[in-house]
Design a protein around this ligand. Sequence first.
Ligand code: NOJ
Ligand code: CA
Length: 682
Amino acid sequence: MTFRTLALFAALTTPAIAHTAHAAERECAQSPGKVIEVCVFTKGGQAFYEVSRQGKPVLAPSALGLSFAGEPAARITAITAARRDASDSRWEQPWGEQRVIRDHHADLTVSLAGDTALNKRFDVTFRLFDDGLGFRYAYDAIPAGQAVAVTDEHTEFRPVGAYDAWWYEGLGQERDEYLYKQTDARRVTLAETPLTLKRTDAPKEGGGGLYLSFHEAALVDYPSMLLAGDGAGGLKAWLMPWPDGTLARKTGPFTTPWRTVLIGETAGALADSRLELNLNEPSKIADTAWIKPGKYVGVWWEMHLEKSTWGSGPKHGATTANTKHYMDFAAKYGFDGVLVEGWNQGWDGDWIANGDKFSFTKAYPDFDLKAITDYGKSKGVRLIGHNETAGAVVNYEAQLEDAMALYESVGIAQVKTGYVRHSGTILDQDGGRQWFAGQYMVRHNLKVAEVAARHHVSIDAHEPVKDTGLRRTWPNMLSREGARGQEFNAWGNPTNPPEHTVILPFTRMLAGPMDFTPGIFDVVHGKAELARRGQSTLAVQLALYVVLYSPIQMAADLPENYEARPDAFQFIRDVPTDWETSRTLQGEIGDYIVVARQPRGGQDWFLGALTDETARKLTQPLTFLAPGKRYEAQIYRDGPGADYRTNPHALETVRKVVTSQDSLDLDMAPGGGAAVRFRVLD
Ligand code: NOJ
Ligand code: CA
């Protein structure tokens, strides 16, 4: 072996190379495959970073840093040290869209010097992947025990070029439950993240475009970040404040969440990135065997259709008899759980205004918790608990321990939580009005997960703080809402238009799983007006199980609507919720998507395809199938004449034998889609 090959060998096998170099005025680092480069420098008393991809600028110099109460904005004058590191490892998810995840990254940590007490020295670590980067601040020099308040975060993202953005106005009273609009990125005022951009002014070299998505990872004990537009395409971090206007309250040394940028040539590349999970800490739950993905039904849609009520009375939905009826249905068709809403006392009257009246341990008299959970056990079906807090978190936290202990004692392993209250009106223990995702609610969110974990309970949060990949650290955070879900198709005015579910995979879903609750077969549910009923074909309702990833998926419709369509129902019975691997095969934001997923530990494949309001014929090569094997493709597609406006229920099922060398034509109706199971034959 020559010295050269020896050195090369050493470089390839060394898992981590760390060294501190004499800091230069400008420090740069590249991702492992040299795709992404970041450079950091100071200029005019400010610290900046800039990002390029394959040598072309993506983010122009963008500001870095924090300001604190009690001192002026610091002048950041120099990089005093730079440290580099690299790592290539694989880790396994207990459940997920992909079982084994590769974490291949390079790190650049710079120490910066400023002219104020708290900004005298702080570090910024950039973690570079080939599909994007994350960076975070570490204020390690703050003395232990010293209370500080962050009053501004200077972090900017200044994309080079012209972009379109998919977004909705942040700070709305309905939190994250809004329809997305597509505008020139310069029109973004204040947007929730993930905020996804598509470049509009560059030639598509080699077929590739440029797609960016800005978000954060590992949001712990810090306010949630929105992005404020400057009218020229630049974006700046905007943190949800405390009632007194401060942003984050910290004590002693602290590290912020990661600010993340996904960068890809296709929209699908963003969806298939695992950067978000890689930037979270490994599981804090040692034994995760009790955390179970699965499918569930529930006493739920009937309330949204106003066939029954959450509150007590003659139409009460959460009765022992009704729950047993759903449990029978679940057992017969292989579902793991039955969600029951309205089981606990506090729903009568204006429950949103009177959230502090909710009990999380006392059932209504016509709901016999013990009899129901015993019945479930005899059938192999679990009761899924429901804790609607109406945003009265003080009341909820006071009961949290007792509630989770009770659920554990009766075998409830999963609880859906809810925070139906206008954002900005959640009351804390001091009577302060809190945003739905400021530091106060971020703390609350994690507290619920921690207490639940001690009692072997998993959480599915509705009206949640947005996902930032914390499911890696707390795998009992199974799923959450955090966007307009199916419920809007019951009562929304307007309901979700077809393009909504082809925007979500490239925006909200980049954050993590969503409890969208697919599977409404009676799309029309007696409503004449399009804007008041589901705007999709039946095939779409099947495809959503594959396209919108969640480890727990609801079959949301009424049992009788499933029994009326055994042809379509078969797909829901067959589709799993836990995957070996997942791939976005085609897609354009707001237009169409094709996703394939392979069941965990299995050989079959499942495919989901969706279009917007435009009929679309896509040809999908089946190269993801194992070569040399034959599969039976069980295809559920829009039937003749299907149209989400006039004929939503037309569905056709076709079976044919295919191999990896074949292509599948996906002929989708307006507002339509397709779902396919590829069952391996040999
Ligand atoms: C809103 C949730 O998204 C929905 O699923 C639930 O039924 C209601 N809140 C009542 O808790
Ligand atoms: Ca909701």
